[in-house]
Design a protein around this ligand. Structure first.
Ligand code: ADP
Length: 757
C-alpha cells in the first residue's frame, strides 16, 4: 500500500485525482502499478519526502486505487473511502507506512436530494460552458461526471482556497455538510471564472500566471471589502466576543458574568490597563466547552480489545474498568465511582488512564498534582490578582476541549497543605458527585459542571492521602511486574514503540532473548517498567545511529554488547549473604520502587542496658525495635543479666532508602534471640511480619513485592504472617514456585523454625 503525501490537492472520496508520475515516484520511491491500493495523506505544510515526519499529516486521508497510468506522465487515482490515519511510521530511509481504518460518514443526505443537487450543478455548469470561453474545456466532461466530488476535484486546480480549507471538506463527517461545502466552493470559483473572463478579453494570453495572480488578488480584496461592508460589525472584537458568548452555550450565571465583563470592557475601552485581563477572561470562558456531551453506549468487547492492545497483563485492573464501563452503559451515565490507582512508578497507572479514554472514546487529559501546596493551584486565583489564572482542574478541562474528558489526576499522594490553604479539601469538592456539578473556580467565578468528567487518580502510596479524600475513591492496586511479565511488556510494547519512535523496521533490529532478559535483570532495578522503557529507547537510538552510518543492514544485539548499547554498567542486585552469623537476619521491606531485602543486625556491647538504634529508620520501626526488646526480655527471663550488663545495638544497614513500618517486627525479634542465644540464622531464610507485645504475628502490606524481591535475591524460604495467606493469590506463580512460603501465627514458631530458640 503506497502512501502519497499530498498538498494543495482536493482529496475527496469518489473522485478521480490526477498525479504526475514523477511526483508519485519522488514521494513514494516506487514505480506505480495498476490497481495498487494507495492512501492519500494530506500534508499540513508543503514538504518534500525528506522533510516529512509523523506529525506532518492531518489525521484524515483518503484511500483509493491506481486506475490509470498514462503514457503522458500522468496517473489517476480513483478514490474510495475517507480513512483515519491511525498510525504513521516514517522509517529512517524516509519510507512511509500508515495503518488506517475507515472513517464513517454521518449519513444525513437522502440520495434523492443528492441527485437533485448534482443535476442542478451540472445544468449550471453546462450553461456556463456554453457562454464562456474559459469554461469551454469542461464541456466534454460534464456528462461524464457522476459525483459532486468528481466535479470539485476536477475543478480544484483552478480554485483559490488554501490547503487547510481543502482539507476541511474532507474532515467533515456529515455528507450533507460536505456537499454544501463543495457546492459553495464550486459556485464561488465559477463566479471567479466569470470575473476573469471579463478581464481576459483585454489580454489574450490564457492562464498566464502573472495575470492570474493579480486578478485573484484584486478579487480577494474586492470580496473582502464587499463582505466587510455587508457586516461592518464583523470587524469589531467586542462583537466577536458577544457572538462567542451567545454561541458557547454557557449556563445562565456564566452568561450573566460574561456580559458584565464585556460591558466593562466596552466602557473601559480597548486600551485601558484592565482591558487585557478582561479580554483574556472572556476569551477563556467562551473557549471552554459548555455543551453536555451525549452519553454513548460503549461496546464492551471493543473496549476490552483497546485495553489489551496497549497494556500487557494487569488483568484485575482491566476487568474492573470493564465493569465500570458496563455500569455506565446500564445507567446511561457518564461516570461512576472515582478510581485510585496505587502502585510503584512505571507500573502503567497513568498510561492505562489514556487507554481508558481511548476505550470510552473520550478525550484524555492529565493533570499533575505533585508538589501542589496552594489551594489556588486547584481552584484558581481570584481575578483581582495580577496574573490570575484558572486552577489546574479547569485548565485541564480547557485543554481537553470537551466537558466529559477522562481526567487523570497524577500523584494525589504528593499534595500537601500550607499556609495558602489546603488543596486536598479543594480536590474533595472536585471529586464529590454531590458538589461537583457546580464547581466554582475562583478565576472563573461562575459554576462549571464537572459531573460528566471521569476522574482517575494515581498515587504511589495511600499513606499520605488525607482520609476524607481516600474515602471517596476506590483503591485499585498495581503490583510490580515479575521478570517474565517485564519480558513480555518489553517485547510486545516497549521495544516496538522505541523502534517505531526512531524509525527502525522489524527486520532491521533484533534483540536476542538472552539480551532482553539481561536488560531486565542487570540493567534495571524497579517494580515498574520505566527504567526498562528508557533502556529500550537508548538501545534503539544507538542502533539507529549504526544503521544510518550504513554499517549494517540488520543489527542483532547480544547480551555481551549491552554495556555498549546502553552505555551503562550493569546494576548489582543485593543477593543474600553467604555466611550466617548470630544476630544477623534477612528481612523484607517495601519501598516506593518495590520490594527489597534488608538485614537486621544486632550486637551486645559492654555497657549498662542502653538501647542504641542506627540506620535510616522511621519512628514506627524504632517502636518495633522497642517491642522486640521487651518481648525477648519477657521470653527469656533467665537472660536478664545479658541486657543489664550490656548495651544492645540494633542496626539496619543500606540506609540509602529510608524504611518505615512495623513489618520488620519478627525480623528484629529473631535477630535479638539469635544474638542472645548465639545461634546463627541461614541468610537464605527471610521473614516479614509485625509482632505484638504478646508475640502474636500480625499481617503486613506489600507482600507480592516483598516476595518478588526475596526470590530475586536468592532467598529460599520465607516466613509470612498467617493472616496474609490470602494475598498469595496476587503473587506470581513463578515467584511462588521458587520459594518455600511458611505462614506463621506466633513468634515462637518463627524462632523454632529458624533454629534460634
Ligand atoms: P506510572 O503512571 O505507573 O508511573 P506509566 O503509566 O507512566 O507508569 O508507565 C510507564 C511506561 O511503561 C509507559 O510508557 C507505559 O506505556 C509502559 N507500561 C507500563 N505498564 C505496561 C504494561 N502492562 N504493558 C505495556 N506497557 C506498559
Amino acid at each position: 500500500m503506497a502512501v502519497i503525501p499530498v498538498y494543495n490537492t482536493l482529496a475527496l472520496p469518489d473522485a478521480n485525482i490526477y498525479f504526475k508520475t514523477d511526483y508519485y515516484k519522488s514521494m513514494t520511491n516506487k514505480e506505480p502499478s495498476m490497481n495498487e491500493r494507495v492512501i492519500l495523506a494530506v500534508l499540513k505544510e508543503n514538504q518534500s519526502r525528506e522533510e516529512i515526519t509523523e506529525k506532518s499529516f492531518y489525521p484524515i486521508g483518503v484511500s483509493g486505487l491506481i486506475s490509470e497510468i498514462n503514457s503522458n506522465g500522468y496517473l489517476v487515482v480513483r478514490t474510495r473511502y475517507r480513512v483515519n490515519l491511525d498510525e504513521v511510521t516514517v522509517y529512517w530511509d524516509h519510507d512511509l507506512e500508515v495503518s488506517v481504518s475507515r472513517r464513517q460518514d454521518i449519513d444525513d443526505l437522502p440520495d434523492r436530494e443528492l441527485q437533485q443537487r448534482l443535476k442542478e450543478m451540472k445544468n449550471n455548469l453546462a450553461r456556463m460552458s456554453e457562454n464562456q470561453q474559459n469554461m469551454a474545456m469542461t464541456r466534454g466532461y460534464i456528462a461524464r461526471w457522476t459525483t459532486m466530488e468528481e466535479i470539485a476535484a476536477a475543478m480544484s486546480p483552478w480554485m483559490i482556497n488554501t490547503n487547510e480549507e481543502r482539507y476541511q471538506i474532507l474532515a467533515n463527517d456529515s455528507r450533507k455538510e460536505r456537499l454544501a461545502m463543495m457546492e459553495q466552493l464550486i459556485y464561488e470559483n465559477l463566479e471567479m471564472f466569470r470575473v476573469n473572463n471579463e478581464a481576459k478579453s483585454a489580454q489574450e494570453e490564457d492562464y498566464q500566471k502573472i495575470y492570474r495572480e493579480s486578478a485573484l488578488k484584486k478579487q480577494i480584496e474586492y470580496l473582502q471589502k464587499e463582505l466587510d461592508d455587508m457586516h461592518p460589525e464583523n470587524v469589531s472584537d467586542i462583537r466577536k466576543l458577544e457572538l462567542k458568548i451567545e454561541e458557547s452555550g454557557m449556563n445562565e450565571t456564566a452568561e450573566k458574568e460574561a456580559r458584565k465583563v464585556l460591558n466593562r470592557l466596552k466602557q473601559e475601552g480597548q486600551n485601558s490597563a484592565e482591558s487585557g485581563m478582561l479580554y483574556d477572561y472572556l476569551d477563556y470562558v467562551t473557549g471552554l466547552s459548555w455543551k453536555k456531551e451525549p452519553a454513548r453506549e460503549i461496546d464492551l468487547d471493543q473496549a476490552e480489545k483497546v485495553l489489551d492492545e496497549d497494556h500487557f497483563g494487569l488483568k484485575k485492573v482491566k476487568s474492573r474498568i470493564i465493569q465500570q464501563i458496563a455500569v455506565m452503559n446500564l445507567k446511561k451515565q457518564q461516570t461512576g465511582s472515582i478510581l485510585l490507582f496505587v502502585g510503584a512508578p512505571g507500573t502503567g497507572k497513568t498510561s492505562i488512564g489514556q487507554s481508558i479514554a481511548k476505550a470510552l472514546q473520550r478525550e484524555y487529559v492529565r493533570v499533575s498534582l505533585g508538589g501542589v501546596r496552594d489551594e489556588a493551584d486547584i481552584r484558581g486565583h481570584r481575578r483581582t490578582y495580577i496574573g490570575a489564572m484558572p486552577g489546574r482542574i479547569m485548565d485541564g478541562i480547557n485543554k481537553s476541549g470537551v466537558s466529559n474528558p477522562v481526567m487523570v489526576l497524577d500523584e494525589v499522594d504528593k499534595l500537601s497543605a500550607s499556609y495558602n490553604g489546603d488543596p486536598a479539601s479543594a480536590l474533595l469538592e472536585v471529586l464529590d458527585p454531590e458538589q461537583n456539578s457546580t464547581f466554582t473556580d475562583h478565576y472563573m467565578n461562575v459554576p462549571y459542571d464537572l459531573s460528566d468528567v471521569m476522574f482517575i487518580c494515581t498515587a504511589n502510596t495511600t499513606d499520605t492521602i488525607p482520609e476524607p479524600l481516600l474515602n471517596r475513591m476506590e483503591v485499585i492496586q498495581f503490583q510490580g511486574y515479575t521478570p517474565i511479565e517485564k519480558y513480555h511488556i518489553a517485547r510486545e510494547h516497549l521495544l516496538p514503540k522505541a523502534m517505531h519512535a526512531v524509525g527502525i523496521r522489524d527486520e532491521n533490529l533484533e534483540v536476542t532473548d538472552e539480551a532482553m532478559e539481561a536488560v531486565i535483570s542487570d540493567y534495571t532495578r524497579e517494580a515498574g517498567v520505566r527504567g526498562l522503557k528508557k533502556r529500550m529507547d537508548t538501545l534503539c537510538r544507538t542502533a539507529a545511529v549504526e544503521l544510518v552510518k550504513g554499517n549494517h543492514e540488520k543489527i542483532t544485539v547480544e547480551k555481551n554488547a549491552l554495556r555498549e548499547y546502553l552505555d551503562m554498567h550493569p546494576i548489582r542486585h543485593g543477593l543474600v549473604k553467604k555466611d550466617p552469623k548470630p544476630g544477623i537476619v534477612t528481612g523484607l521491606a517495601w519501598t516506593s520502587v518495590g520490594g527489597e531485602i534488608l538485614y537486621v543486625e544486632t550486637l551486645f556491647t559492654k555497657g549498662n542496658g542502653k538501647l542504641v538504634i542506627t540506620g535510616q529508620l522511621g519512628d514506627v520501626m524504632k517502636e518495633s525495635a522497642q517491642i522486640a526488646v521487651s518481648l525477648v526480655k519477657a521470653m527469656y527471663p533467665d537472660k536478664a543479666e545479658m541486657f543489664e550488663k550490656n548495651d544492645l545495638h540494633i542496626h539496619v544497614p543500606d540506609g540509602a532508602t529510608p524504611k518505615d513500618g512495623p513489618s520488620a517486627g519478627i525480623t528484629l525479634t529473631t535477630a535479638l534471640v539469635s544474638v542472645l542465644n548465639n545461634k546463627p540464622v541461614p541468610p537464605e531464610l527471610a521473614m516479614t511480619g509485625e509482632v505484638s507485645l504478646r508475640g502474636q504475628v500480625n499481617p503486613i502490606g506489600g507482600l507480592p513485592e516483598k516476595l518478588m524481591a526475596a526470590q530475586r535475591a536468592g532467598v529460599k524460604k520465607v516466613f509470612i504472617p498467617a493472616d496474609n495467606e490470602e494475598d498469595l493469590k496476587d503473587v506470581a506463580e513463578e515467584v511462588k514456585e521458587q520459594l518455600t512460603i511458611v505462614p506463621v501465627h506466633e513468634i515462637r514458631e518463627v524462632l523454632e523454625e529458624a533454629g534460634v530458640a
